[in-house]
Design a protein around this ligand. Structure first.
Ligand SMILES: NC(=O)c1ccc[n+]([C@@H]2O[C@H](COP(=O)([O-])OP(=O)(O)OC[C@H]3O[C@@H](n4cnc5c(N)ncnc54)[C@H](O)[C@@H]3O)[C@@H](O)[C@H]2O)c1
Length: 348
């Protein structure tokens, strides 16, 4: 197959590059290192591009901005892609508030450019769109919760499996990032439903893994591991540090893409996270990292939570598991943390 991966120097994109290259496909990675523009030097992904060049067989890098409609269309004219995995994005909701126009142009218009290029030049291709659970805005916070010693938890047994795709998308506070991603999510669904393109939409929560260029504004676990290993200070924002996230390793994200690509269901959205088994609060994550690194994390607490931040978010994985029974989570939270601590030590 000819595979195009956008955001190929980022966390999920680079995992996908390695995966499909290993299988012998011709992999094109499109990335303009805009993460360094969003987050400064610590968000620079050049190290990951160099790494990909050394570990892959036939990976080709395209330094193209997804906002550049003409160049995007040109790439699609030149290469006939069989699979497109779209991971390029402005990924932070805090950052989006500072650069709302750029955020919209990258997340919404950039996605539109890729969908339309696919429709015009390779309508038979499978198109994977990486969306986010922020498309639900803060609606997940409406579920009744109980406060436990180290975490919040859903109060009703019916919510045990977490947030499903039935959660509403509108009438909630999204952040500008959530809104631009919701626009892209709906466009991707429409290209599946209206035009019949083989588009799959994956709404992830916290994706993580050693290839993340974690920064304070994006990549919570990666950033926390970095801080923990390097002995730097960390700030917890609100909810007493009891806010819960379900962590998924980027390899398990890519295997979900692969399952969809084998048997695509046009326009279908899926929630994708670590699920209940990989859920932990910030306080619990700190304790888990300390146990592996053997170092105390120096954290301080500020009462002000991030605007629109989820209090307890666990992805309900039942729809994905029902449609793709061969897919499952293969990396537990403890394994993920061990791998990330090791990778961070090697990077130091
Ligand atoms: N990591 C997570 O926890 C998470 C959670 C939910 C959703 N997602 C979504 O998954 C996707 C990938 O996330 P990630 O964590 O790998 O992000 P990342 O920031 O690590 O990677 C994104 C890549 O896209 C590139 N990029 C940004 N703007 C570009 C542009 N205009 N043209 C070309 N390349 C550009 C960046 O340089 C970066 O390498 C995003 O859509 C993100 O919203 C990620």
């Amino acid at each position: 197959m000819n595979v195009l991966i956008t955001g190929s120097s980022g966390l999920i994109g680079s995992e996908a590059v390695e995966h499909f290259d290993r299988q012998g496909h011709d992999v094109y990675g499109l990335d303009n290192n805009m993460r360094s523009e969003f987050f400064g030097v610590s968000g620079d992904t050049t190290w990951n591009l160099h790494r990909l060049r050394t570990v892959t067989r036939s990976f080709r890098h395209l330094d193209i901005d997804i906002r550049d409609r003409e160049r995007v269309i040109d790439v699609f004219k030149t290469h006939r892609f069989d699979l497109i995995i779209h991971c390029a994005a402005q990924p932070s909701h805090d950052r989006a508030a500072m650069i709302p126009m750029v955020d919209f142009d990258v997340n919404a218009a950039g996605t539109m450019n890729l969908l339309e290029a696919t429709r015009l030049h390779c309508p038979e291709a499978v198109f994977i769109h990486m969306s986010t659970n922020k498309v639900y805005g803060d609606a997940p916070n409406e579920l009744p919760l109980v406060e436990l010693e180290h975490r919040y938890e859903y109060a009703r047994p019916v919510d045990y499996h977490g947030i499903s795709e039935e959660c509403r998308l509108d009438r909630s506070l999204h952040s500008l990032f959530g809104a631009s991603k919701a626009a892209a999510d709906l466009l991707a669904q429409e290209y599946g439903r209206y035009y019949g393109l083989r588009v799959g939409i994956f709404r992830a929560g916290c994706v993580t893994g050693p290839s993340h260029s974690g920064v304070e504004l994006h990549g919570f676990l990666s950033y926390l591991v970095k801080i923990g290993v390097r002995g730097e200070p960390y700030t917890i924002y609100g909810y007493k540090g009891k806010q819960v996230r379900d962590q998924i390793h980027s390899a398990d994200v890519v295997s979900a893409f692969e399952a969809f690509a084998r048997n695509p269901r046009p326009g279908e959205p899926y929630n994708l996270g670590g699920g209940r088994q990989n859920s932990a609060s910030v306080l619990e994550s700190i304790a888990a990292i300390e146990a592996v690194s053997g170092k105390k994390i120096r954290w301080t607490y500020t009462d002000q939570n991030r605007r629109g931040d989820h209090i307890c978010y666990i992805s309900d994985l039942r729809k994905l598991a029902e449609h793709y029974p061969q897919w499952k989570i293969t990396r537990g939270l403890d394994d993920i943390i061990v791998e990330m601590v090791q990778a961070e030590r090697e990077r130091m």
